[in-house]
Ligand binder design. Structure first.
Ligand SMILES: Nc1ncnc2c1ncn2[C@@H]1O[C@H](COP(=O)(O)OP(=O)(O)O)[C@@H](O)[C@H]1O
Ligand SMILES: O=P(O)(O)OC[C@H](O)CO
Length: 502
């Protein structure tokens, strides 16, 4: 009987269930979007119960679409938008507040206060590998405890628990109030600001500074082992849940970046470039994050350097949803193709401040270089080019920090169907850009982690063998134009600084 592995991919905009065969080929997908809730400027929330309901639906949907039954599935992996924080009551399963999403900037004052405590920024960089920023989960949990009536008392009494989306989905999938497992993996834990990067354990002094009771925190296990079985009711009942990886680490795994020096760049809501640095923890001097890449069972953890960009695909969504300039994401390429270049316009989408390599929460978005000449096509180009320029900044930082000169870039994610963007990306980087046959590397990576734990795949070599190239874009732009475009971009970025005052 043919067997398969399933993956739940709980992303920023949607939740997917994908089923893979032994060759890593997708045999079924079901997907459901959830509401993006924007209560105020800078605030972004998701309803955790909607996400859980969607998870159940897509699990059933993916099985039904491929006409498979639960007995065909040997393991399930979970991958997720990282940093997004949920706090719920372990006795009732009710969240006390909406999930606060990674893009949300409401914690800027909390972050500033933490920076004023002993050790400041440097203490966090050394211990957790992250700069103090609104991006990470710890300050979001602190905000909930400070602002939801009665939450702090309930947390101190041991009734409230915290989880990122992996933990929320796992706890519910394994039974919720009826014995749900409260666990995370080191890739997710490394995005909270609360995990010591050397010991892979929660750091009680940082938790104390953030006012977060240790009893709220999930147990940190490896990224590939059996955590529990799917609850008896519903789709996938009884199947072992055997892998957890944050979505960007999952994509790194799915892209078979399994040796030091190998990197991938994922183009989704935001962009995330990860470079495998092996068992060596490389600390960044150029605005990158040090993070856990994966930890397979008992093996030593593998580290990564990461360049996180907050706004890339979501800028295309913004054009669609907030401006109505396009009716679907693919249309942006049609508009961009009507012109030769950006007509002098540069769009810096600092909607959540700027992440890597700047980490400027005082920045806000700007379109510069506007003249009467600029039309819709130029703006469409400027929107796509923003993704490519931001990626160049991250690649430069990556090369400087690691000493690795990346000679090609493996790409994946929702935006890489955009041919114009991929060509411009190769042009502005000056290195080839390579897309794999299976572009769903995030779900695939989580499936690999789960499949390795139950022996469906034997070793990491199986993963390397399954990877295959689909298309490669070669740089065509001459270096003088590349340099002048990049110089203009850098100048445009400086125009976004110091917008939000103190
Ligand atoms: N043809 C396209 N051109 C540019 N952007 C696109 C295109 N198709 C999808 N996108 C963008 O890709 C993103 C979705 O990618 P995906 O990897 O599914 O995201 P996530 O996992 O973050 O939810 C959306 O932000 C969307 O705007
Ligand atoms: O949901 P995605 O694919 O946009 O990924 C979000 C990242 O994990 C945020 O760190």
């Amino acid at each position: 009987m043919t067997q398969y592995v399933a993956a739940i991919d709980q992303g920023t905009t949607s939740t997917r269930c994908m089923i893979f065969d032994h060759s890593g080929r997708v045999v079924s997908v079901d997907q459901k979007e959830h509401e993006q809730i924007f209560p105020k400027a800078g605030w972004v929330e998701h309803d955790p119960k909607e996400v859980w309901q969607n998870t159940r639906q897509v699990a059933a949907g993916a099985l039904a679409k491929a006409d498979l039954s639960t007995s065909d599935i040997v393991a399930v992996g979970i991958t997720n938008q990282r940093e997004t924080a949920v706090v719920w009551d372990r006795n009732t399963g009710e969240p006390v507040y909406n999930a606060i999403v990674w893009q949300d900037t409401r914690t800027d004052k909390i972050v500033t206060e933490l920076g004023n405590l002993g050790g400041g920024q440097e203490r966090y960089l050394q211990k957790v590998g992250l700069p103090l920023a609104t991006y990470f989960s710890g300050p979001k949990v602190r905000w909930i405890l400070d602002n939801v009536e009665g939450a702090r008392e309930r947390a101190e009494a041991g009734d409230l628990v915290f989880g990122n989306m992996d933990t929320w989905v796992l706890w519910n999938m394994t039974g919720g109030v009826d014995g749900g497992v409260h666990v995370t993996d080191p890739t997710n834990a490394s995005r909270t600001m609360l995990m010591d990067l050397d010991t892979l354990q929660w750091d009680s002094s940082i938790a104390a500074d953030m006012g977060i009771p240790m009893s709220m925190l999930p147990e940190i296990r490896s990224s590939s082992e059996v955590y529990g079985q799917v609850r008896e009711r519903g789709a996938l009942a009884g199947v072992p849940i055997a892998g957890i990886l944050g979505d960007q680490q999952a994509a790194t795994f799915g892209q078979a970046c399994l040796s030091p020096g190998e990197a991938k760049n994922t183009y989704g809501t935001g962009n995330f470039m990860l470079l495998n640095t092996g068992t060596e923890k490389v600390m960044s001097r150029n605005g990158l994050l040090t993070t856990i890449c994966y930890k397979i069972g008992e093996a030593a953890p593998v580290y990564a350097l990461e360049g996180s960009i907050a706004v890339t695909g979501s800028l295309v969504q913004w054009l669609r949803d907030n401006l109505g300039m396009i009716s679907n994401a693919a249309e942006i390429e049609e508009h961009a193709k009507t012109v030769e270049d950006n007509g002098g316009a540069y769009f810096v989408p600092a909607f959540s401040g700027l992440f890597a390599p700047y980490w400027r929460s005082d920045a806000r978005g700007a379109i510069v270089g506007l003249t009467r000449f600029v039309n819709k096509g130029h703006l469409a180009r400027a929107v796509l080019e923003a993704t490519a320029f931001q990626t160049r900044e991250v690649l430069d930082a990556m090369n400087a920090d690691s000493g690795v000169d990346l000679t090609a870039l493996k790409v994946d994610g929702g935006m890489v169907v955009n041919e114009l963007l991929m060509q411009f990306q190769a042009d502005i980087l000056g290195v080839p850009v390579i897309r794999p046959v299976v572009n769903e590397t995030t779900a695939l990576g989580a499936a690999y982690a789960a499949g390795l734990a139950v022996g469906f795949w034997e070793t990491e070599d199986d993963i390397r063998e399954n990877w295959a190239q689909d298309k490669q874009w070669e740089p065509r732009m001459d270096s003088a134009r590349r340099d002048s475009e990049y110089k203009n971009w850098k100048k445009a970025v400086t125009k976004t600084f110091d917008w939000v005052e103190g």
